[in-house]
Design a protein around this ligand. Structure first.
Ligand SMILES: Nc1ncnc2c1ncn2[C@@H]1O[C@H](COP(=O)(O)OP(=O)(O)O)[C@@H](O)[C@H]1O
Ligand SMILES: [Mg+2]
Length: 162
């Protein structure tokens, strides 16, 4: 017998889904703070969305909720490729790695980052433009997609594999 029942609310074949809508940058920082509860390390998440949709802005909230830095101190790792933060989640230490691989052009260049070494048991790895690379997509435990919906409105869709 085939099972024709629809998937339960908030779940697809890809995993658990959480959706948020934001109207300004500060809201997206707030969503980032809330997300920390959902993001149990180890995780490697693709941060997807067009330039300027708020991927780095979302990371500001995540970093803040991990007690790792203030939002103003979180900048885009466009040129440095990788920013590293030491934080806590509950009473557990967390390593947050924020990457932006927009400027990388080949899997060989990517290898110099040593992605495998980053993904330790207490790591949260957030990669902007990670879907450019098969090797990153393969390791991803989920994704955060930000879509601009006109003006400053954004839809944020978080999908976490089980
Ligand atoms: N709803 C919103 N969510 C996130 N950022 C927003 C929003 N509305 C306006 N912005 C602005 O858009 C810009 C997003 O920049 P950034 O986070 O660096 O984007 P990305 O990393 O996706 O390129 C910021 O200047 C931010 O203040
Ligand atoms: Mg960015």
């Amino acid at each position: 017998m085939t099972n024709t029942a629809p998937p339960p609310e908030g779940r697809t074949q890809e995993g658990r889904i959480h959706e948020f809508k934001t109207l300004r940058g500060a809201d997206t920082i707030e969503v980032g703070r809330k997300l920390v509860k959902l993001l149990k390390p180890p995780q490697l998440l693709l941060l997807r969305g067009e330039l300027g949709t708020g991927k780095t802005t979302l990371v500001k909230g995540i970093v803040q909720a991990l007690n790792a830095a203030e939002p103003d101190e979180v900048t885009s790792p466009t040129f440095t490729l990788l920013h590293e933060y030491d934080g806590t989640r509950g009473d557990q230490p967390v390593k947050l790695y924020h990457l932006d691989v927009y400027r990388l052009e080949s899997e060989r260049q990517l290898e110099t980052l040593g992605l495998d070494e980053l993904l330790t048991p207490n790591a949260l790895v957030l990669v902007e433009w990670g879907d450019k690379f098969k090797s990153i997509k393969k390791r991803a435990t989920g994704e955060i997609l930000i879509t601009a919906e006109g003006g400053d409105t954004r839809k944020i869709t978080v999908t976490l594999k089980d």
